[in-house]
Write a protein that binds this ligand. Structure first.
Ligand code: UDX
Length: 445
């Protein structure tokens, strides 16, 4: 049996390790954060992700999955080591590879057998080549190592499903041996396996994420224009989607993309292209549109309110998307900062993201246990995340609970007819305004 070790028990590493165990492999996950490993050993996932807890427990009990901080013991006799550590953004937009190289160094110094190192983390094109040379330079034993690329395409909130039934498995390998080892590991997955050279595999990851980010920024751009020319983005995207070349996915307008991938991967590829003396103009435009789109609701509300000073502002939804407690690059963060700095009293509700939000704004925000409580007596409301629980709320609640029902919805959670029927003031993205509620003169400009 192939001895598999996964370095990094964050989103990518943990989900990879758990899913590899689930299909029958014996996997050890390594991380240097002791608290995280302690939790995992008890069968508790440190991240909120559907099905993950269950699979962790099941595979620990089946003796297929284990966790440790002792990397020396784990790496020394591994056949294959997956690197699934974070590659966050540097100040200048480039990818920070410190974690990748720290792990690479540890691997080089501890392995005692021939080993295939597989980079799952999203890394700039050419990194696999560099890591292979780096590891060879630091090897302590006379063993054969090779590095292969195997990018990850999972999305948060559906990470387990995305991994177990991935759209494709991409293998970037420079030798038949490396290709074969990975094909054998992935044989139980039954998905298309695409083999290519390492640089192409690295590029597939960036090009896929940046294309999706571009799609979102494009539709946000069109939605903004719809508002000024009197079109409705929902009707427009429906009309577009019947062309199979366009499709109906990732055409939802909103307050921009957040999360741990699109913002950093667009910037990293743009940075890399500049280093290469080429400017990726399309990706640059996607980044610029997204930066502005984050504050789209604020811009709308400023037309209605002279200042947010002293107003009670309800905020529904904090995470960068539903189904996760992750706040990385969530548009809610800069928006709440703006409100708080302007002296608004922010009352927030999110089904799972509040504990993490408290780490950023421990005292400046009042956290409520339900959306209704956050809306109580509020002057205005912002919706930043389209949680099912929010989308299925009866819109009459805004009219009944709020002092003045000004609702600014950044994720188009409700039908316009519903807002009209509820008798509220409702602004969304790329759709006509609903102004059923007669705004009070003393509140608005
Ligand atoms: C993304 C990719 O989907 C995944 O394939 C890759 O491996 C990692 O990055 P993730 O960041 O988890 O996954 O979330 P995703 O569902 O793609 O959403 C990213 C952001 O785009 C969210 O803020 C979401 O609200 C926004 N989005 C998405 C839109 O604004 N409109 C859309 O139509 C789709």
């Amino acid at each position: 049996m192939t001895r598999i070790v996964v370095a990094g028990a964050g989103y990518v590493g943990l989900v990879t390790g758990v899913c590899l165990a689930e299909v029958g492999h014996k996997v050890t996950c390594v991380d240097f954060v002791e608290d995280k490993i302690d939790l995992l050993k008890k069968g508790v996932s440190p991240i909120y992700e559907p099905d993950l807890n269950e699979l962790i427990r099941k595979n620990i009990n089946a003796d297929k999955l284990s966790f440790t901080t002792d990397y020396k013991n784990a790496y020394c006799d591994a056949d294959v080591i997956f690197i699934g550590v974070g590659t966050p953004e540097n100040e200048d937009g480039s990818a920070n590879l410190n974690f990748v190289y720290t792990v690479a160094r540890q691997i080089a110094e501890t392995i005692t057998r021939d080993c295939l190192i597989v980079i799952k983390s999203t890394v700039p094109i050419g990194t696999n080549d560099k890591v292979e040379i780096f590891i060879k330079n630091y090897l302590k034993h006379d063993v054969h190592v090779e590095v292969a690329s195997n990018p990850e395409f999972l999305a948060q909130g559906t990470a387990v499903r995305d991994t177990l039934s991935a759209s494709r498995i991409v293998i970037g390998a420079e030798s038949e041996h490396a290709k074969q080892v990975l094909q054998d590991i992935y044989a139980p997955f039954k998905q298309p396996i695409l083999s290519m050279n390492r640089r192409s595999a690295e590029m597939v990851k960036y090009a896929s994420n940046d294309f999706l980010a571009l799609k979102i920024s494009f539709i946000n751009d069109i939605a903004n224009l719809c508002e000024t020319v009197g079109a409705n983005i929902e009707e427009v995207t429906t009309g577009m989607s019947y062309d199979a070349r366009i499709g109906n996915k990732f055409l939802n307008p909103g307050i921009g993309y957040g999360g741990s991938c699109f913002p950093k991967d667009t910037k990293a590829l743009h940075w890399l292209s500049e280093e290469e003396g080429y400017v990726l103009r399309t990706v640059k435009a996607a980044i610029e549109v997204n930066e502005k789109q984050k504050f789209k609701l604020m811009k709308k509300a400023r037309k209605d309110f002279a200042s947010f000073q002293g107003l009670k502002v309800a905020v529904l939804g904090l995470t960068f998307k539903p189904g996760t407690d992750d706040l990385r690059e969530a548009p809610s963060i800069p928006n709440v900062r703006l409100l708080v700095n302007e002296g608004a009293q922010v009352y927030a509700y999110d089904p799972v993201g509040m504990e993490n939000f408290k780490k950023i704004y421990p005292t400046q925000v009042v956290y409520e246990s339900t959306a209704e409580k956050a809306l109580e007596d509020a002057d205005l409301c912002f919706i930043f995340t389209e949680w099912e629980e929010i989308k299925t709320m009866d819109m009459k609640v805004f009219k009944d609970k709020m002092k003045t029902p000004f609702v600014y919805d950044g994720r188009n959670c409700f039908a316009l007819a519903e807002a009209e029927e509820a008798g509220i003031y409702y602004q969304s993205i790329g759709r006509p305004e609903v102004k059923t509620f007669e705004a009070k003169k003393e509140v608005i400009l």
